[in-house]
Design a protein around this ligand. Structure first.
Ligand code: ATP
Ligand code: MG
Length: 308
């Protein structure tokens, strides 16, 4: 009986897994291409068009990944990405031979399981190297030939030549917040276009929040308060990493959906803001806590409340 139950559960999971397979993930909300985003998008597109590798540089949550995805969609390129850290090895990018198959048929195309970089090179895709500055030197070196010569020597199969649409985009957080390896000079020299993103203007950020909140129904006043709270964190020198547009989106989504449970929007914002903001922000000064800073900002924007 038990095994039958498990068998059925497992079978239905596998069915669902099959149904969940899609060709590619599409962006499901409008992309705001105004102000800094218009400029960045054009630079990204133009540099790819002429075969120059761009790097998007900006703090967390400002839209680097979204822009890369958008340009891949608009230029009809399959999208591949790898998030770098010290555990990512070159074989994670390139691929590897299946040991069981190697025993039977040797190192051939059939026994090779390609990684995202080789897939992008062969299919003419966009390969996005997220947080490239966190890649080990070993990994950075394995990217030089694909970037510079548009080929990769895959031993013992041979030289893989990249499809003409193959393109490479790097992203990174600004050095001052990275606290990680830096890009090697050789790789840096091969990145020809550095595109900086900061925090958007108020008008643009409000539009981004609206675009990312399904069934947006907040009043202008409530939306403005959310923006002001997010913006205040960026004016707080004690914070090394303030709140991003992503945090604004999360907060607006929660307040928008659960507004009915509260007296008013202010109360909802006060309830959700600490949980959303605490996670993302990083403090620079010792002796002050993130919670104190959040409370200060909320008291300033929503008025003080007494008691706990
Ligand atoms: N111009 C924009 N139009 C619409 N939505 C945007 C825009 N910019 C950012 N967003 C939204 O903001 C959120 C954060 O964007 P994204 O994930 O691209 O940031 P990121 O810079 O890649 O962050 P991280 O450094 O953490 O990887 C996403 O939900 C994204 O859809
Ligand atoms: Mg990203």
């Amino acid at each position: 009986m038990d095994t039958l139950m498990i068998g059925e559960k497992e079978r239905s999971f596998r069915e669902r897994l099959k149904e969940s397979i899609v060709e590619s993930i599409r962006i499901e909300h409008p992309v705001v291409l105004k102000g800094q985003y218009e400029r960045a998008y054009e630079l990204l597109r133009d540099s790819l068009e002429v075969g120059i590798t761009p790097c998007l540089v900006g703090p967390p949550g400002v839209g680097k990944s979204l822009l890369a995805r958008k340009v891949a969609e608009d230029t009809g390129r399959p999208f591949y990405e790898v998030f770098f850290d010290e555990n990512v090895t070159p074989s994670r990018l390139i691929g590897s031979f299946d040991p069981a198959l190697v025993v039977r048929i040797g190192r051939t195309i059939e026994s090779f399981e390609p990684g995202p970089l080789i897939r992008a090179m062969v299919e003419g895709g966009l390969f996005v190297a997220q947080e490239l500055n966190r890649a080990t030197e070993f990994c950075q070196n394995s990217l030089i030939a694909p970037l510079e010569e548009r080929h990769y020597h895959l031993y013992p199969i041979g030289m893989i030549k990249a499809h003409e649409n193959f393109a490479f985009v790097a992203t990174q957080n600004p050095i001052e917040t990275a606290g990680t390896y830096r890009l090697s000079q050789v790789l840096m020299d091969r990145i020809g276009c550095w595109i900086r993103l900061g925090y958007p203007s108020k008008e643009t950020e409000l539009e981004i929040i609206r675009a990312n909140v399904p069934e947006f129904g907040l009043s202008d006043k409530a939306l403005n308060k959310i923006y002001e709270i997010i913006h205040d964190t960026r004016e707080t020198p004690a914070l090394e990493i303030p709140a991003s547009p992503r945090a604004g989106i999360f907060l607006a989504r929660l307040v928008n959906t659960y507004l009915d449970k509260f007296e008013d929007a202010d109360e909802a914002i006060r309830f959700f803001a600490p949980a959303v903001l605490r996670k993302e922000m990083r403090i620079r000064e010792r002796g002050r806590s993130i919670d104190d800073i959040i409370k200060e900002i909320l008291d300033r924007r929503l008025g003080e409340v007494n008691g706990a």
